[in-house]
Design a protein around this ligand. Sequence first.
Ligand code: AMP
Length: 281
Amino acid sequence: VDIVHTISDFAAIRQDWAKNGWRVGFVPTMGALHQGHLSLVDQIKPNVDRVVTSIFVNPKQFGPNEDFGKYPRTFAEDKAMLEEKKVDLVFMPSAEEFYPPDFSSSITNLKYSTVLCGAFRPGHFDGVLTVVMKLFNVVKPDVAIFGKKDFQQLQLIKAMVRDFFMDIRILEGPIVRESSGLAMSSRNRYLTEAQKEEASALYKSLTEIKKRVAKSVRRKSELLAAASEVISEQRSLSVEYLELRKPTLEPFGDEIQLPAVALVAAKLGSVRLIDCLEIHE
Ligand code: AMP
């Protein structure tokens, strides 16, 4: 697999691909790859002629007290996994080139960047949208894919692409889970086996909501209380939010309608975990 670090090196290859008329698929990541990331590569492949994966731990999406410095960086393993998946190119820009001293712009979602995760991570989604816009402008993908694990992120990226008339098709990857139900995440590397078992209560709480919805419960407070109870059995989990929303992220009143999405964020020690579950008719 070719590894490219600068925008100009990438552009040269991208021009060649354009001359051949090749359609390009893009899988942006922050590295520390796992099966969730690799599933995105598998899903985008049949849609395109060339696949680019980026690995960039984007400093702008981490708050001052978050884990930017400690975020797992496992490049040798990442490279081997992407080679095995036959990704064509890995783009690893430098923070210096992406954010030079005169860098002064930002992309904001005016509606949903300060709710859910945004309420607990001020500026996070501005950092995400800004880097995704920059990556899109360099990679110039025809198709890009994002996981539903980061459900709010996915909705905000879809909104950006729509609002700015960006000519990129966005695919959505289902959440890949451990057998316990725990959503795979780069941050799971920080957890012991026992902690991972505890963390799987997040998924169990979401499935509890789904079960009750299947039994025709629609009262939001009742659904959330049941989920909350499941999580509270694990003393180590401290919930940031547990919510039910429309798939567009619009809030419900007292009664939910379908389709809906249940979303949760919690901390286990200093490790922040998120999960969600879509609920259909
Ligand atoms: P990250 O490296 O955490 O920025 O994630 C890169 C991409 O992988 C994002 O689109 C995530 O939503 C997606 N992703 C992360 N974990 C999973 C998972 N367990 N299942 C599916 N997609 C995932």
